[in-house]
Design a protein around this ligand. Structure first.
Ligand SMILES: *Cc1c(COP(=O)(O)O)cnc(C)c1O
Length: 381
């Protein structure tokens, strides 16, 4: 059947009809006063979502573009940085740092395990000459469904005193409480197709005063990705270059919807969907890839062995028109991932779990009827 596709991947995520309709309008001039009003409203909304007084910059890039801009504007070639690597996206941070010639120390943990906060403490406490310029963390590691302990690592960064915190919040912003100003985080990157309920195409970077000071002495060449241009434009409710005008219409509407739901409501919903998904998966006799105390509220990774993750994804897609994500790199075929991020409701998760249950039965996995749905529904009361 046409037009019944359901995204349960951790990005792109489903987009509300209101947002799609807001985007289905003629673009207007991005230098017009009408558009300037939209930018002003969006900038206020972004500050609300980030819980910050800092400027939140919007760039026409995907999340990785926001990550790259977060590096090349705040450190300089040869600078020492610590990078947490316990999955695909932590590894991507390290690759970006290495490409740009930073003195990169990878703090690794096995994929599926959280980063060891004590390793960060040891490195930061041992750095008496203050050579570490930045500590780079993927908060929610989408490839494994692990939520890293940003708060504790951030405490050690504060104790260090001079290192910047640079955070990938791509699948935690709008899914988990990150009070950026209270935590005093320096650079926080995110992307539109994850928690924002809009299609791909925008990257966001929230920048602290301390990071803007580092920007002043940063020696990387850059032009389109020069964040100073975006800050200057932001302060005039403008953009340095042509923004994706229609995507901004969508963002305006999505931020209004989010404000009506409230941050508390959004975080509670993501937590509930996470608990429901995890309870269902366990009741179905499948193994959760990340432990309860480090579970991402955006995505749940599942190890279905001896069943094949790819067989499960194939049936979910062909029979039920539900897209699940597979494993990345060495986890390909070993895990599948259920996204429950952004415009996702209890009904969506119950539907997904019911279809997963039927898929497992079809593959010969023995479960009592409605085991998963019952477990999920019990969390939702
Ligand atoms: C999706 C994602 C990104 C960005 O990926 P793009 O494809 O460039 O948008 C970065 N980090 C994490 C943790 C993500 O989930």
């Amino acid at each position: 059947m046409e037009d019944k596709h359901m995204l349960m991947i951790p990005g792109p995520t489903p987009v509300p009809e209101k947002v799609l309709l807001a985007m289905a309008k003629h673009p207007i001039g991005h230098r017009s006063s009408d558009f300037s009003k939209i930018i002003a409203e969006i900038n206020d909304g972004l500050k609300w979502l980030h819980q910050t007084k800092n400027e939140v910059l919007s760039l026409n890039v995907s999340g990785t573009g926001a990550m790259e801009a977060s590096i090349i504007n705040f450190v300089s070639p040869g600078d020492r940085v610590l990078v947490g690597v316990n999955g695909k996206f932590g590894d991507r941070w390290a690759q970006i740092c290495e490409v740009f010639g930073l003195n990169t120390t990878r703090i690794t943990a096995e994929w599926g395990q959280p980063l060891d906060t004590e390793e960060f403490r040891t490195h930061l406490e041992g750095d008496t000459n203050k050579e570490i310029k930045a500590v780079i963390i993927t908060h929610s590691e989408t490839s494994t469904g692990v939520l890293n302990d940003l708060e504790t690592i951030n405490k050690y960064i504060k104790d260090h005193g001079t290192a910047l915190s640079i955070v990938d919040a791509v699948t935690s912003l709008g899914a988990y409480n990150i009070p950026i100003d209270d935590l005093d985080l320096d650079v926080v990157a995110s992307g539109s197709q994850k928690g924002y309920m809009i299609p791909p195409g925008l990257g966001f970077i929230c920048v602290s005063d301390r990071a803007w000071q580092a920007y002043e002495t940063c020696k990387f060449p850059r032009f389109y990705m020069d964040l100073g241009k975006y800050k200057k434009a932001n302060l005039k409710a403008s953009t340095p270059f042509t923004p994706p005008v229609n995507l901004m219409y969508g963002l305006q509407t999505a931020l209004q919807m989010m404000q009506r739901e409230s941050l508390e409501g959004i975080f509670a919903r993501h937590l509930r969907l996470t608990k429901a998904t995890r309870a269902a998966v366990q009741a179905l006799g499948l193994k959760l890839f990340a432990a309860d105390d480090c579970a991402s509220t955006a995505v749940t990774a599942i190890e279905p062995s001896p069943l094949s993750a790819e067989d499960i994804r194939k049936i979910m897609s062909s029979k039920y028109n539900i897209a699940l994500a597979g494993g990345q790199d060495h986890l390909k075929g070993k895990i599948f991932r259920i996204g429950h991020l952004g415009f996702v409701s209890d009904r969506d998760v119950l539907t997904g779990i019911a279809c997963l249950e039927s898929t497992l039965t079809e593959l010969g996995h023995k479960v009592q009827p409605q085991t998963g749905v019952k477990a999920a529904a019990a969390v939702m009361v």
